[in-house]
Ligand binder design. Structure first.
Ligand SMILES: Cc1ncc(COP(=O)(O)O)c(C=O)c1O
Length: 395
């Protein structure tokens, strides 16, 4: 790397997260690692750490993403969660990619195609998101009737996606019921993989009995929603309020809590590229939006929104101390008010340390941790830590 702005990814932490998840939830046969969006910003390189932790299927959004991952692992099955244009089925066969069937027009065309090699398909059901998926039992029955006529299409999976956590809403329960309704004529135990849940489903609800697969996204990267523990006066008040509201709000009877012990694995670093003393009433940055109220020391740090940092970022850490970001976040730089203890080329932590945990930074910036993870662009090289070794990759 030339510019010392980089994302450090600790692969050992990711592997341990998977081990911990599997220890807490050992009853699934298939643990899908959702690694779309460049593995939630971590980079495709991490897939072998996830696999060594116990992930045994991967899921991505596009054929491009799936093919890119093949450079790191040629064996692991990869499901593409969105339909792939049928003209590219040859690529799916070549790279051993599992496809999603999500509507009848697609299916009816698919079964007319002569395939030289087997393709695995997962049928997606629309149970309440109105994006993708088969919506009724008769369509699903047609798929199951016609599939055996095409010897190279293998129905490996059936799945849906939950829109909500289902903690304070009934939508989750309705989706579960809708899944049962669409599959009412099917013996689900004859389908090799049935997967409905994502991270929130795993950590906030008991296992759905007929599902043997779970799709792990944000939880693998170290974020787990903890249900509040019902102890202490505050919890008493919260329970009192919730009980009173139960008539109005739906609090799912299946809500659980969890004992997961997970860690986020990324730290975003940069350095002090320039440092200057400014006088009272001097301006900093575009739009002259920040006016120094007094003499100040400004450190210029080479990271900006082209690297994916949120425009509302407020703090960084230098030499273990928190400093304020001032002025507009530019495309390539930020300005930080520092003190005499900060020197040229000092390391700057932008997010991910104990003082700047992902969740806190996301909250401060008014975005989700998904957006924060995914935002880090490919301009930022990734440096992977595995035991004593480091590997630098530019995507
Ligand atoms: C179909 C599907 N399954 C699973 C996931 C993983 O979700 P999460 O990160 O909430 O676990 C996603 C993410 O958006 C998804 O689109």
């Amino acid at each position: 790397m030339y510019r010392r702005t980089y994302l450090e990814v600790n692969c050992d932490k990711l592997k341990n997260n998977i081990i911990n998840i599997k220890q807490n939830y050992p009853d699934y046969e298939y643990y899908f690692g959702v690694v779309k969006g460049n593995a939630y910003g971590h980079g495709g390189y991490i897939i072998n750490s996830l696999i060594s932790g116990g992930v045994n299927y991967l899921a991505v959004s596009s054929l491009e993403e799936a093919i890119k991952l093949r450079q790191y692992n040629t064996e692991i099955p990869i499901l593409v969660l969105e339909p792939i244009h049928l003209e590219f089925l040859d690529k799916c066969m070549k790279y051993n990619i599992t496809i999603t069937v999500s509507n009848m027009e697609y299916f009816r065309e698919l079964i007319t195609i002569e395939l030289p090699k087997q393709i695995k398909i997962h049928v997606k059901l629309d149970t309440g998101m109105s994006r993708l998926g088969i919506t009724n039992a008769s369509d699903l029955n047609e798929i199951l009737q016609k599939l055996p006529n095409n010897k190279n299409l293998y129905l490996e999976g059936l799945y849906t996606h939950f829109a909500t956590s289902g903690i304070n809403d009934k939508h989750w329960d309705n989706q579960l019921e809708k899944f049962k309704e669409i599959t009412k004529d099917i013996d689900l135990s004859t389908i090799p993989i049935v997967h409905m849940g994502r991270s929130l489903t795993l950590v906030t609800h008991p296992k759905i009995p007929f599902c043997n697969g779970i799709r792990l996204g944000i939880v693998m990267y170290g974020m787990a929603q903890k249900m509040p523990v019902s102890r202490g006066f505050k919890a008493f008040l919260r329970n009192f309020r919730n009980n009173r509201n139960k008539k109005k709000l739906h609090i799912s009877p299946t809500v659980t809590t969890n004992n997961l012990d997970l860690n986020t694995a990324i730290t975003l670093y940069s350095e002090v590229m320039d440092i200057r003393k400014i006088s009272a009433n001097d301006f900093v940055g575009y739009g002259a939006l920040f006016i120094a109220p007094k003499v100040m020391i400004i450190a210029t740090v080479p990271i900006g929104y082209a690297d994916g940092i949120p425009k509302k970022i407020k703090h960084v850490v230098i030499n273990d101390k928190i400093y304020n970001v001032v002025g507009e976040v530019c495309m390539d730089m930020i300005s930080v008010v520092v003190d005499e203890n900060v020197n040229l080329y000092d390391k700057v932590t932008i997010l991910g340390s104990d003082k700047l945990p992902i969740k806190k930074v996301a909250n401060e910036c008014g975005i989700s941790s998904y957006t924060l993870f995914e935002g880090i662009t490919n301009r930022v090289p990734r440096v992977y830590i595995e035991g004593d070794t480091t590997t630098e990759i530019s995507y």
